[in-house]
Design a protein around this ligand. Sequence first.
Ligand code: GLU
Length: 299
Amino acid sequence: MRRVSGVRAVGVLLALAALLLGAACGREGGPGAAAPTGLTYPVAQNVQVPGSATFAKIQQAGRVKMGVKNDQPGLGVQDPTTGQYTGFDVEMGRMIAAGLGIPADRIDYVVVPSAAREDAISRGDVDYYVGTYTINDNRKQRVGFAGPYFLAGQDLLVRADDPSITGPTTLQGKRVCSVTGSTPIQRVRQQNLTANVVEFQNYSQCVDQLIANQVDAVTTDDAILKGFAAQDPQRLKVVGQVFSQEPYGVGVARDDVAFRAKVNDLIQQAETDGTWQRIYDATLGKSGTPATPPAIQRY
Ligand code: GLU
């Protein structure tokens, strides 16, 4: 390996310090500030969404209430020190806000776990939700979905030194952890993959259990599991046998058809003008897995 000279190392350190200082002194500051990824989106002017109650609310407030996750690396995560949110889902949400005329510093982040999403959206606690939210007919009875903006699939996270779990059919007798109200936990039960299912509100809690040897596997979307594995590759690995399709949608009020159409337009635009790819490359794509935007399914 090539050694970095002392002078260069100091130079790099200085540059880093300048970057950090720059970030700390940034004009916006606080959780609403631009993400450390440096991604920004042009804020649309004179936006109108005729017939949309959600948009009327956003416009009146001059702010948007965005439902997110805060513990899913690469997708939706909150930095405990800066309070800033980052990740693919969060960036999609910021892009949508900008398209609705709302800049990043006027977004209020509302953390909603999987089990509470339909309630939060239908009550109007959030204007829209971006957080690994699988589009399906069951959920469509209570909420609407724009998208899909990403295609994931169910997989397994296990301890790196465990060769015994190689796919869904090897889970019998194993302790498997997932999240209340998620599609993966339903699938484990429906397909009787194991009788020993452990349930939490958040995936990070399941991962803690896995590391502590209290469960043998965590199951959810590959995109989520890869983020956890990347944080702790010594102890964790993703099995890599995907056994479902999880198309991610933006959750919106079920009957606000005009708002759903507008969000679909904004996702479509981001997919065609390269914004989607820029977001992916700066977030999830850092893991090295390439991806392209999926076709939007309007209904
Ligand atoms: N995509 C799945 C779901 O919507 C799992 C991830 C999650 O719980 O957010 O249930």
